[in-house]
Design a protein around this ligand. Structure first.
Ligand code: SAH
Length: 388
């Protein structure tokens, strides 16, 4: 690992996003390793955590909430942990630096364009949030302006001025969120410039992503994680594979060339739309996607007597559900590759699977979130011979 240090972030106490500020990177990795070992070692070997060479500015998605300070100046940043009080942020150690610069430009432009900043208490005002996504491999950048109303005064001039300052922006989207909610994005969108989505390259495949689709925030580590998941699955080209909680289809498409067929299942409609387009774009013909709750889908498959040889699952932090796990076991996959961003729910679900004839072959932790107190892992489970 390179010896680089950006020092302790002056905002870390107020922000709360980086629980491990003040520690060296080695200490952080040690802490995460011990955390995963504490929860998973009783089931099988836990391999050494894979960290980053440079653990800074890894986030390819940056979100800033807009507000005014007491003096009336426009500020943008993050909510103070557990509150709706906005802390101004100009530099962040984990966010992409180009995205932070663009947000700074939008802050200045909002002032010169006399843009009304949304006030959460009264529900008045226009600009609420800015979301930026950057494809690290392609350099494509999407700017999403979240506004309280669809009527955008001086829209064309604003877009023109922003593009002039940042010619690297490839698409600008207006997202309309007129609800008093803590959700950042609303339902309606309007493309102001470009295609309305960006593309990125991961494991040699090109992926399109729109504003609402889930995409791993740390692409450098994601490539390593997916390679491990693929290797762990030990595919021969003959298997029927399920990619559950598939997002825009990244895992399924990474393994499709080593499988007979892949079915991806995902709840978010936009992500499924991206996934279908991604398969076509990468000319992958043995993959299809279903937009459904993963538990419901698996129950349907199990009831229809369908089988799968290998199941990848990558659920949200809350982990999987009894409906999903029960149906998966009924489908008797030889191997299960569980990718998790929460060791606690991972351990809970794995404990259940062990009682159903599955053995843990190994847990591989990956540091996807340096400075933050989260840890990602890949776990390989294998079905013991005999009945279940
Ligand atoms: N495997 C993908 C996405 C993982 S994140 C990747 O690596 O990029 C988890 C995904 O689960 C999100 O896309 C989320 O929309 C989806 N999801 C959440 N609850 C779900 C459910 N009940 N059924 C299916 N998908 C769900």
């Amino acid at each position: 690992m390179k010896k680089v240090s950006e020092g302790v972030c002056p905002l870390h106490k107020k922000c709360g996003g980086c629980a491990y500020q003040g520690m060296t990177y080695e200490e952080q990795l040690g802490k995460k390793q011990r955390w995963v070992e504490g929860l998973m070692k009783k089931y099988g070997p836990v391999y050494p955590i894979v960290g980053m060479d440079v653990p800074y500015h890894y986030r390819n998605k940056v979100h800033a909430v807009f507000d005014r300070d007491r003096k009336g100046n426009i500020i943008s940043g993050i909510y103070k942990e557990g509150t709706h009080h906005v802390i101004p942020v100009e530099h962040c150690q984990i966010e992409d630096q180009i995205s932070d610069q663009i947000i700074g430009t939008i802050r200045r432009m909002a002032k010169s364009f006399k843009m009304k900043i949304y006030d959460e208490d009264t529900g008045w005002g226009f600009l609420r949030h800015v979301l930026i996504r950057r494809g690290f491999a392609t350099g494509q950048i999407m700017v999403v302006l979240v506004t309280a109303s669809p009527i955008f005064p001086s829209k064309n001039n604003f877009v023109k001025a922003l593009r002039k300052e940042h010619p690297e922006i490839t698409t600008i989207v207006q997202n309309i969120n007129d609800k008093q909610t803590s959700m950042v994005l609303g339902e309606r969108e309007q493309v102001l410039y470009g295609k309305g989505y960006i593309e990125d390259v991961l494991c040699g495949k090109t992926f399109r992503l729109s504003s609402k689709s889930f995409y791993q925030v740390n692409p450098v580590q994601t490539e390593k994680l997916y390679q491990k998941a693929k290797e762990a699955a030990g595919l021969s080209g003959k298997e029927i594979v399920i990619d559950a909680y598939c997002g825009i289809g990244t895992i399924g498409m990474t393994v499709a060339d080593q499988a007979a067929a892949v079915i991806g299942v995902e709840l978010n409609r936009d992500a499924v739309r991206d996934a279908v387009s991604n398969a076509r774009r990468n000319k992958i013909e043995n993959i299809r996607f279903v937009c459904d709750d993963a538990g419901k889908f698996m129950t349907g498959m199990a009831e229809a007597g369908k089988r799968a040889d290998v199941v990848f699952l990558d659920p949200p932090r809350s982990g999987s559900t009894p409906a999903f796990l029960q149906s998966m076991v009924r489908m008797r996959p030889e191997r299960i590759v569980y990718i998790s961003c929460n060791p606690e729910t991972l351990s809970r679900d794995v404990a259940w699977l062990r009682g159903r004839n599955y053995q843990v072959k190994g847990t591989w932790p990956y540091d996807m979130f340096p400075w933050a107190g989260h840890c990602e892992s890949v776990v390989l489970l294998s079905r013991s011979s005999g009945k279940n």
